[in-house]
Design a binder for this molecule. Structure first.
Ligand code: FES
Length: 133
């Protein structure tokens, strides 16, 4: 039996996180998935051309909101363009023509539901505010 350190659900080890039914999530090109760690850890769930992609929601350049970016198909390469300075990020790899790298996450469909492999829970609604002073 595999050793258990209790880490599967404590946010330290990536595991499959249920996001919701694919029939619902495929209705919009992008959804923001909230992380309990705060906005810097939020993730975009893109749905483009029948496929789901997950990527850190804050642009690795200066934190722009990639969920609000334009999505384009450039010769079969799907990219999102950051709304702040128009940097491109490949939805599949997270690579940008600028040399920056955006974190991407595996997505799977199982029993008509979407799962994202991530270190923390992900929710379509914000987590209760953490103490901020
Ligand atoms: S913040 Fe995204 S390109 Fe500058």
């Amino acid at each position: 039996m595999a050793s258990s350190s209790g880490s599967e659900h404590d946010g330290s080890v990536p595991s499959w996180r249920l996001v919701g039914p694919s029939s619902e999530l495929s209705k919009k090109p992008c959804r923001l998935m909230f992380s309990p760690l705060g906005r810097d850890a939020d993730v975009c769930l893109f749905h483009v051309k029948g496929e789901f992609f997950a990527m850190d929601a804050r642009c690795s350049h200066s934190g722009g909101p990639l969920c609000d970016g334009d999505i384009e198909d450039s010769d079969g390469v799907l990219q999102v363009f950051c709304p702040w300075h128009d940097y491109d990020f490949n939805l599949r790899t997270g690579k940008s023509g600028t040399g920056l790298q955006q974190e991407v996450y595996e997505v799977k469909l199982e029993d008509s539901c979407v799962y994202v492999k991530h270190a923390t829970a992900l929710s379509l609604t914000p987590f209760p505010a953490v103490n901020k002073t």
